[in-house]
Ligand binder design. Structure first.
Ligand code: PHE
Length: 335
């Protein structure tokens, strides 16, 4: 009796041509009032000792039917998918969606370009936190708590010891400590903050690229050559630079660097672009380098300033107001 039922059920499953038909088979055999349940109901008419064996047989019948139903269902579903796919055609005449593509911000384009240049010259790219300790931002840079030169960099303090970094120079100190007295060459691009009223040439937030090289035989000539290479790369091979004596607490001697440009009347003009100098012995010492053995040079260049000069931009605020009419002009300019 069980065998006959099994045969019938499997045959019905095999012959089902659609998911609906298959479900009818399931109902007929496995639902509460289905054939298999009826069979279970017969348990009562069977002698006591044969009941366990009978029960087991009915259960195995149920499992066989369930498995067969499952497999058939998968088959029918696959088939339905194939039929649906073969009926569908792609209409290639429909116009596509226009996806809006952004571009790299002009400041980041200049930073990426500088990174490419300096990595090619053997520099590493270093980073540091924008929320910085007074210790790294000033003290390790040879600016004591009451150093008057702190006034050159009006700062946003969070508490007595924490501030938004006023320059990328603290990354010099951090890197020196990290390198533990080994020669190093880094550039460090990043945001800096100073208390300032925003106007066409001032912004309370701007970007710098710091450069630092420490080795045993570094001279001022190395600094000058690196800066000249940078300026020619940025603005063109016809440019030259001029160094003017200046003062920074962390470099000695210090210079301000101007880049040449041709004035309308054909004469040579100069525009200041960065500060630089030979690393001060105190800074070397605090960073763990013996100033008798090691020398270094450092520079800090304003990214907005060089970008404005490069692309003839007249207002620093354009970089931060997200006006697409401005930004779209730089799309595709990146390499
Ligand atoms: N940190 C200086 C500034 O922000 C720039 C600088 C860096 C000067 C390194 C000399 C050496 O003004």
């Amino acid at each position: 009796m069980i065998d006959t039922l099994k045969k019938q059920a499997l045959e019905a499953i095999l012959n089902a041509e659609s998911l609906e038909q298959l479900d009818e088979v399931r109902v007929r055999y496995l639902s509460k009032k289905g054939e298999v349940s009826l069979l279970m109901g017969k348990l009562r008419d069977i002698p006591q000792e044969e009941r366990p064996q009978f029960g087991a047989l009915v259960n195995s019948l149920k499992e066989t039917i369930e498995l067969a139903l499952y497999q058939k269902k998968q088959g029918l579903e696959d088939q339905a998918l194939w039929v649906a796919l073969s009926k569908e055609k792609i209409d290639v005449t429909l116009p596509g969606y226009q996806l809006y593509q952004g571009g790299v911000h002009p400041l980041n384009q200049v930073i990426e370009d500088m990174e490419d240049l300096f990595v090619g010259l053997g520099f590493e790219v270093a980073t540091g936190p924008e929320l910085e300790n007074d210790h790294y931002n000033f003290e390790m840079m040879n600016l004591d708590k009451d150093h008057p030169a702190r006034a050159m960099q009006d700062s946003f303090y969070v508490d007595e010891n924490l501030l938004l970094r006023t320059h990328t120079s603290p990354v010099q100190a951090r890197t020196m400590l990290e390198k533990q007295g080994k020669p190093l060459r880094i550039i460090c691009p990043g945001k800096v903050y100073r208390r300032d009223d925003d106007d066409p040439t001032h912004s309370h937030q701007f970007m710098q690229i710091e450069g630092l090289v420490i080795d045993e035989s570094i001279t001022f000539a190395n600094l000058k050559d690196s800066l000249l290479t940078m300026v020619k790369h940025l603005f063109g091979p016809e440019r030259i630079i001029r160094l003017r004596p200046s003062y920074f607490p962390f470099t000695e001697p210090s210079v301000e660097v101007d880049v040449s440009y041709q004035k309308k009347d054909g004469t040579l003009g100069w525009i200041e672009i960065l500060g630089a100098g030979q690393v001060h012995p105190n800074v070397l010492k605090m960073g763990g380098y013996d100033p008798k053995k090691f020398r270094g040079f450092a520079f800090g260049v304003g990214v907005e300033r060089i970008t404005m000069l490069k692309y003839k931009i007249d207002d620093i605020r354009h970089f931060y107001t997200n006006d697409l009419r401005f930004l779209n002009q730089f799309k595709g300019a990146s390499k």
